[in-house]
Write a protein that binds this ligand. Structure first.
Ligand code: RFL
Ligand code: PHB
Length: 408
């Protein structure tokens, strides 16, 4: 098999890249190790930065997002039983975020890919990228029990943190920066309307909690059906900080609600609505950057090159930024014959990546309680929060970072 751009992975990075290349008249083949239903159901991100929503629109993939996504103009910070709303547009000259689940972004991009007839092979597992530093990189893969080779002009690893593409960069040329955190997130989807109409990030002496939401589509709508969910019918997506290595089975339903209630406590009459849990899982927390994001004709994009802890809601947005930057560079090369944007790819993505790493680290250490935290650290966290809610400059910094960094 032969193509111009061989893409490993049909997550947001790989699917958007394939769409943008198609729009630029560049052919590609996408190899995805899982089946379609799995990719469309995998519960992950929920918040799109303004630049991400704009990029999906510009790619022709924003129609359902514009109908069913929710524009959010604020987030709430909750600490010491106090509530503080961060008004995003007022602080950023009009920027906001969109609540639209990653599952839905993937469904929309898969539907477009299927319509345009571009090759997207499910249950096709890449085994290795070979010849990355030659003119003809090759992706060895297994599809329906048979090994095959995809020859391409460029290979792109959009295969997530556990993918194989990164391994093709020789260790002597790579630098890895990593940090793991001594806690994880227990995430639940609950069949009950969200208890607040904006996201709530709560710092508590017992640990962090987050209130978010999902359209009901997350639960029972197969891809391709377009009936919008009735307004107000969103379900709750909730997270609790738990110790690293926790098994989701250790937490019973009542126990989860009791703990959420404690951590979301307020001095006013706000209450947490309870309902049946539909889904429960644990996510480890990690910061990770692989430099460079390019080796010869192999490019890395999204989680394959970098991971952030989810507190800043940045992972999916970085994946989209990489895809946009790389598609632009490949189109430029096709149009002008000049590799200048391809040469600049790694450096320009990494500038944005490190800003997102810093912000995600700041939000994580601001809101989570480390198991060995002392009274001093608790007071410093509260003082950092106090600073954000009492200084327009500090609050503006948070709002600018949350709504997003410009694409390189
Ligand atoms: P993905 O989505 O992991 O997709 C990689 C794809 O590659 C496939 N694959 C292979 N295919 C072929 N051959 C192989 N050898 C392969 N190995 C792997 C996989 O099956 C998969 O389909 O990476 P991508 O595209 O880079 O996208 C990154 C995002 O998924 C990720 O950063 C976000 O989900 C992170 N994240 C969040 N990001 C946000 O921007 N906002 C959020 O609110 C947000 N919340 C979250 C999150 C991640 C979470 N978890 C579960 C880690 C909340 C959570 C709980
Ligand atoms: C989510 O809805 O899954 C979500 C929202 C905000 C975050 C992380 C996850 O910071």
């Amino acid at each position: 098999m032969r193509t111009t751009v061989g893409i490993i992975g049909a997550g947001p990075a790989g699917l958007l890249l394939a769409r943008l290349l198609h729009n630029a008249g560049i052919d590609s083949v996408v190899l995805e190790s899982r089946d379609r239903a799995y990719v469309e159901r995998r519960q992950r991100a929920g918040i799109l930065e303004q630049g991400t929503a704009d990029a999906l629109r510009a790619a022709g993939a924003g129609e359902r997002m514009d109908r069913e996504g929710l524009r959010h103009d604020g987030i709430e910070l909750r600490f010491a039983a106090r509530r503080h709303r961060v008004d995003l547009p007022a602080l950023t000259g009009g920027r906001s975020v969109t609540v639209y689940a990653q599952t839905e972004v993937c469904k929309d991009l898969i539907a477009l890919r299927t319509e345009e007839g571009g090759p997207l092979l499910f249950e096709a597992e890449a085994l290795a990228v070979e010849g990355a530093d030659t003119d003809r990189p090759r992706i060895r893969f297994r599809h329906q029990g048979t090994e095959d080779v995809l020859e391409c002009d460029y290979a792109v690893g959009c295969d997530g943190f556990r993918g194989v593409a990164r391994r093709a960069v020789p260790a002597r040329l790579a630098r890895v920066f990593e940090r793991t955190y001594p806690f994880a997130w227990l995430g639940v989807l609950a069949d009950v309307p969200p208890s607040h109409d904006e996201l709530v990030y709560a710092r508590h002496d017992r640990g962090f909690a987050l209130l978010s939401m999902r359209p009901p589509a997350t639960r029972h709508r197969p891809s391709g059906q377009a009936a919008p969910p009735p307004a107000g019918s969103f379900v709750s997506r909730l997270y609790l900080q738990v110790p690293e290595g926790t098994d989701a089975g250790e937490w019973g339903e009542e126990e989860i609600w009791d703990e959420l209630e404690r951590r979301f406590e307020t001095a006013d009459d706000w209450t947490l609505k309870r309902g049946p849990l539909i889904q429960k899982s644990v996510t480890p927390m990690r910061s990770f950057v692989h430099e460079p994001m390019r080796h010869g004709r192999l490019f890395l994009a999204g989680d394959a090159a970098h991971i952030v802890p989810p507190t800043g809601a940045k992972g999916l947005n970085l994946a989209v930024g990489d895809a946009v930057t790389l598609a632009r560079a490949l189109a430029h090369e096709k149009r002008t014959g000049s590799p200048e944007l391809l040469d600049a790819y790694s450096g320009s993505c990494l500038r944005r990546v490190w800003q997102a790493e810093r912000f995600s680290y700041d939000m994580t250490t601001l809101l989570h309680r480390a198991p060995d935290a002392t009274g001093f650290e608790d007071r410093i966290q509260l003082a950092r929060l106090e600073r954000i809610v009492s200084s327009r400059a500090a609050e503006t910094d948070l709002a600018e970072c949350y709504t997003g960094f410009p694409f390189g």
